[in-house]
Design a protein around this ligand. Structure first.
Ligand code: ZN
Ligand code: ZN
Ligand code: ZN
Length: 333
């Protein structure tokens, strides 16, 4: 038996090595698949105005720092490149202009996705529209600073409180002072005409406004329009009827942070300052199919089961006639 022991050990060692190798191969295949998914781009148009989804995740991303629960454990070591923080791009092929909605912590890749996809002026964005001063929505501006790209008067469209916040707090104030960005004033409910193809209207919404007010955007393209409200408190706390707003546009990208109260145990549903997807579906349930299909949920928290392929909740949203915003989805306006 003594003589056999070393052999036994080496067999066990070999077996465990093979297990490791197998695990490595699976991990590698998974990564390749994700990278391929990122590389697959829709066909590039050459005319018209397009909305381009650059990110669908809540401010903190997915995986979220420090989360080792089922939602993030595997992603911590093997991130999914299609999980980028909420942002929309707008490409106007007629006038050769590009715009970004939000400057997220994923700004670097989103800037380059927008530029490479547009295929003209490959390192330029003609304007950035910001909804509010929460980390997922404006901190990407930092990459326009002197330590980074050293932007040259990149137009940044903001509401008054948001402007004040950027002008009076470092490091944002330096971007303004040095001229990396140029602040352009937005007024609530006042449409600004960007050119003969696009107009944008900021619409103030209720949210946790510690540093700035919060807005959503209504964007009118040459033929179609969309609404973008990534963050809002419960629908009934807004004096405007979201149901009526949906009727006025062709597409509505709406706060889908949480599916329902199940995601956050130990917290009362009413304490969560977002409309749950389950609540929104209930509120929109009387709408005709055509209206329902305009709704694209977006801004998903890392815990949201909508993010899981084939999840029961994901199926339910689609079965009910609503849509789920997808990374690199394109819509002609
Ligand atoms: Zn947010
Ligand atoms: Zn998580
Ligand atoms: Zn927010």
């Amino acid at each position: 038996m003594k003589k056999l022991l070393p052999y036994l050990f080496s067999i066990l060692f070999l077996l465990s090595c093979q297990q490791d190798k197998k695990h490595e191969v699976v991990e590698h295949e998974k990564k390749e698949e994700a990278h391929q998914k990122e590389k697959v781009k829709p066909k590039q148009p050459t005319s018209g105005v397009y909305l381009f989804v650059l990110g669908t995740i809540q401010d903190a991303g997915s995986p979220q720092l420090g989360c080792y629960r089922d939602c993030c454990r595997d992603l911590q070591s093997n991130p999914d490149p299609t999980r980028k923080i909420v942002s929309l791009g707008l490409i106007d092929y007629e006038n050769q202009k590009k715009y970004l909605f939000e400057a997220t912590p994923d700004f670097v890749s989103q800037w380059s996705s927008l530029n490479s996809f547009a295929g003209f002026d490959t390192n330029k964005v003609d304007g950035i529209f910001l909804t509010h001063a929460h980390i997922g929505h404006y901190t990407g501006l930092i990459f326009l600073g002197v330590e980074s790209m050293n932007g040259d008067h990149v137009p940044v469209f903001t509401m008054p409180e948001m402007s004040k916040f950027l002008e009076s707090n470092g490091p944002w104030s330096q971007l303004v002072k040095v001229g990396n960005i140029e602040l352009k004033a937005l007024t609530n409910s006042k449409e600004i005409i960007l050119n003969n193809q696009i107009s944008v209207e900021a619409i103030q919404v209720p949210h946790r406004d510690e540093y700035s007010e919060t807005v959503g955007f209504k964007v009118q393209g040459p033929n179609k329009s969309f609404l973008f409200i990534p963050d809002i408190n419960k629908w009934n706390l807004w004096e405007t009827s979201i149901v009526e707003m949906i009727k006025e546009v062709d597409y509505a990208f709406l706060d889908g942070s949480f599916y329902d109260g199940e995601e956050l145990p130990n917290r009362y549903m009413d304490e969560i300052p977002h409309p749950f997807i389950s609540e929104s579906m209930e509120l929109f349930s009387a709408l005709p199919e055509e209206e329902k299909s305009k709704v694209h949920f977006i801004h998903f928290n890392h815990t949201n089961p909508i993010l899981i392929k084939d999840s029961e909740q994901r199926e339910k949203v689609l079965q009910n006639g609503f849509q789920i915003a997808e990374f690199h989805q394109m819509i002609e306006l």
